[in-house]
Design a protein around this ligand. Structure first.
Ligand SMILES: [Zn+2]
Length: 541
């Protein structure tokens, strides 16, 4: 029997570290010998039953947690599979569920029992998150599909109506954009903890999303982006899937160069979805895009690590040294920009008649619907060439596998836009934190001689609050603090919570805006609308 060493995150997390008291039993119920073969495999010849305890205390959409509040289960962390038999049908049953708790999962109920589910394979089983608690549930139908919205959070922190309304706009916009709805039912599972939220986890028939309660209250904006991203994953990565991720090997790293597309371009599509759905306007769209440019250019590693390499090296993201701006870029970040530029390049190459939308629909028809996986970046290039009839070698060699800086103005010009640089002085905290999409705000390095160093901030500290606000995006929050001023920080170090006042320094940096490039023509306006909506110009009125 084997337990995965990874799932959900592209990181080796060795789930067997949480396993205790493994027991093998024979048909008669007598204990027989079980022998560990390696760190995650047990030899149990002639056993019919395996019993073990699991320490489930990791919260968030990638974890498994069982406490007095709820159970949220990533089943790949918990459930072993017989070696070589991960394609067999599996039944799973939850026992001892408290009366006032309910079960929410995309798994199919077996007939007869409410707490018994089945899955066609282990892959399908562990692609199904499970929430068991006294959650709130609402339901709606859209574009012929049924949607369940499960929220386990303090009801004072959000409005279920507003959440449903927002989700209704997002799912309808994306289903129409793809002209496809490959499911009958889809389930959103939300948690809004008081501290930092840890992002979302996509599944074929649902998503588990965690966002910081203070960030959600009165402003669903960041949640809208995250939800649009996770929902689009039901196509991009779940069904339009890179060959390099299949078959899934739970015992070691599944190396892939395609995450710039599977994650980054998913974010591009999410931005366009927010625009089409009327959640964002042009100003929001352009300022989000400029923020991505700022993030990429602020990391010296954008000149030494390609988008493909950052995908391949995703497995190093758990190490603070790897997350340093001099060492790595984010495939979310560069991938989102590549998606936006590829969209413009496709519009250019097709005279405005094709966009990223046609590329995704082509990939959906040629791969997902045929039950085939696409050959990583080469498959994306092939799709761009198929929908435009033009060559895309240069784009992929220069910016996807290569290290050339993206010539933003060359792409933005057709939409009457350009990148504007501005020198600004911003607060310097005296330390850096990891900008990992899904992680906590963990201190990576502390600058010698800074006030932060004098106050004893250390590598590994988790920054929870800045000036009374929960940390949701440390880099963004610290730039809104005055240079040379006092900031109040709440820091977690192990089980200790520290409150510190730290004097910021100042440093100069380049800020970026995307602005009109002189007089904007009617053609450029149309191109810009097509770009932001991610649709052919013929659909723009
Ligand atoms: Zn994602």
């Amino acid at each position: 029997m084997q337990l995965p060493v990874w799932n959900a995150l592209y990181q080796i997390r060795d789930f067997s570290q949480f396993v205790r008291n493994v027991k093998a039993l024979d048909k008669a119920g007598d204990e027989i010998t079980s022998v560990p073969v390696d760190k995650t495999t047990w030899s149990v010849p002639n056993a019919t039953t395996i019993e073990y305890d699991f320490l489930a205390q990791m919260s968030g959409p990638f974890g498994a947690e069982l406490n007095t509040e709820h159970a949220f289960l990533n089943l790949a962390m918990l459930l072993m599979y017989p070696v070589g038999a991960s394609k067999q049908t599996i039944r799973v049953q939850f026992e001892g569920v408290p009366k006032e708790w309910h079960i929410a999962t995309p798994l199919i109920t077996s007939s007869g029992s409410g707490a018994e589910y089945c899955a066609a394979s282990y892959d399908r089983l562990v692609d199904s998150p499970v929430e068991i608690s006294n959650f709130r549930e609402s339901n709606f139908d859209s574009n012929g599909g049924h949607f369940r919205v499960i929220v386990h959070a303090d009801s004072q922190n959000y409005s279920q109506n507003e959440l449903d309304h927002m989700l209704g706009k997002i799912v309808s916009s994306e289903i129409e954009w793809m002209a496809d709805r490959p499911f009958e039912q889809y389930i959103f599972i939300y948690h809004f903890p008081k501290g930092q939220g840890r992002g979302g986890m996509e599944h074929a028939y649902g998503a588990a999303i965690e966002a910081s309660a203070p960030g959600v209250t009165g402003d669903l904006d960041s949640l809208a982006g995250l939800s649009a991203h996770e929902f689009f994953h039901l196509w991009n990565v779940k069904r339009i899937r890179p060959q390099s991720l299949e078959p899934i090997d739970y015992t070691k790293e599944n190396y892939t160069r395609a995450l710039w597309f599977s994650e980054g371009v998913t974010s591009t599509v999410a931005e366009c979805t927010l625009f089409r759905a009327g959640i964002h306007d042009e100003k929001d769209f352009l300022s989000d895009m400029a923020a991505e440019v700022r993030e990429l250019k602020s990391r010296p590693a954008h000149l030494t690590q390609s988008a493909e390499s950052s995908s391949l090296e995703a497995w190093l993201e758990k190490y603070p040294a790897y997350r340093a701006p001099e060492r790595s870029i984010s495939y979310y970040n560069k991938g989102e920009l590549l998606g936006a530029m590829l969209n413009l390049a496709i519009l250019d190459a097709s005279g405005g008649t094709k966009s990223l939308r046609e590329l995704f629909q082509w990939m959906n028809q040629h791969y997902a619907k045929q039950g085939r996986f696409f050959p990583d970046s080469e498959g994306v290039k092939e799709a761009a060439e198929a929908v435009t009839g033009k060559k895309f070698d240069d784009f992929f060699q220069s910016y996807v596998s290569g290290l050339q800086e993206i010539p933003y103005d060359r792409f933005l010009g057709s939409a009457g836009l350009k990148l504007k640089e501005r020198r600004v002085t911003i607060a310097d905290a005296g330390f850096t934190v990891s900008a990992n999409f899904s992680g906590l705000a963990i201190v990576d390095s502390v600058e010698a001689g800074s006030d932060a160093a004098a106050k004893g901030i250390r590598t590994g500290d988790i920054v929870r609050q800045i000036n009374g606000e929960a940390v949701t995006n440390f880099a963004g929050q610290i730039t809104s603090v005055e240079p040379e001023s006092n900031v109040r920080l709440v820091i977690a170090r192990g089980s200790t919570i520290l409150e510190l006042v730290v004097r910021t320094g100042s440093r100069n940096m380049t800020d970026y805006e995307i602005v009109n490039a002189g007089h904007v023509t009617a053609e450029q306006r149309t191109r810009r609308a097509a770009w932001m909506r991610c649709e052919a110009e013929t659909l723009i009125h």
